[in-house]
Design a protein around this ligand. Structure first.
Ligand code: ATP
Ligand code: MG
Length: 215
């Protein structure tokens, strides 16, 4: 008997830490695109960041777990954090696709900033053959530029790519790290469980090494 495949959202990120911007993005995509589930994939070692520039993979993973615990359709994958070497999205997606049922469809979820720099990703043409890319604006996004970029990606790679409207939240992990460091409130910007975890593990009290010169 032929069964219909699942519609699966994939969302990669540093999640250093996870916040409501990420969660609203994932939930809006889930509901608007009728996704069966969204898999959060914390990056292990990102190609563009050295290991010491990020919080330990295990701790970022734990925070994503805590933040998604109450959602029946959200899952977290440890596929990238379990690897020592730098990981690339195209390999991760290929691995997930290989281990899923035939007919499953993949939707790669990203904010506008990620979409704008998509072409710098390793083997993006391979990634774009495996997924529909679904993007959303972030505060500060130049809508015109974003639409141009999407058109370029369609023409260059035959990309299937959509823009989904959602409430834009001006929240970033960078700002949250700064808030924690300065002792400012993070309430209503991230789940309480995540801020408790941050307190318990004394995260973000010092700048990550690449941030020392900023602010
Ligand atoms: P940092 O400031 O450290 O870069 P970040 O807040 O951008 O952190 P990431 O983990 O880099 O978070 O982002 C993972 C994915 O979530 C990216 O595709 C990013 O565009 C998207 N994203 C993050 N914050 C938002 C937001 N507030 N609204 C929409 N998309 C977001
Ligand atoms: Mg970012």
């Amino acid at each position: 008997m032929k069964t219909e495949g699942k519609r699966i959202g994939l969302m990669g990120g540093s999640f250093d830490p996870i916040h409501y911007g990420h969660l609203v993005l994932a939930e809006e995509m889930r509901s608007k695109l009728s996704l069966d589930k969204v898999i959060f994939i914390p990056v292990g070692r990102a190609p563009h960041k050295r290991a010491e520039q990020m919080t330990k993979p295990r701790q970022r993973y734990d925070m994503v777990m805590l933040a998604t615990l109450d959602h029946p359709n959200f899952e977290v994958s440890a596929i990238e954090i379990e690897r020592e070497e730098v990981t690339y999205s195209f390999e991760t997606v290929a691995h997930i696709a290989k281990n899923s049922a035939p007919g499953d469809e993949f939707y790669f979820i990203a904010g506008a900033d990620a979409l704008m720099e998509l072409e710098t990703w390793r083997s993006v043409e391979v990634l774009l053959k495996m997924v529909t890319f679904v993007g959303a604006a972030r505060p500060g996004t130049d809508q015109q530029e974003l639409i141009q970029k999407m058109e370029q990606l369609r023409q260059r790679y035959g990309a299937s790519i959509k823009l989904v409207e959602l409430p834009e939240l001006d929240i970033s992990s960078t700002d949250l790290r700064r808030r924690v460091r300065l002792g400012l409130s993070v309430k209503y910007l991230m789940p309480e469980s995540v801020s408790l975890y941050i307190g318990k593990h004394k995260l973000y009290l010092k700048e990550l090494s690449h941030e020392r010169l900023s602010d």
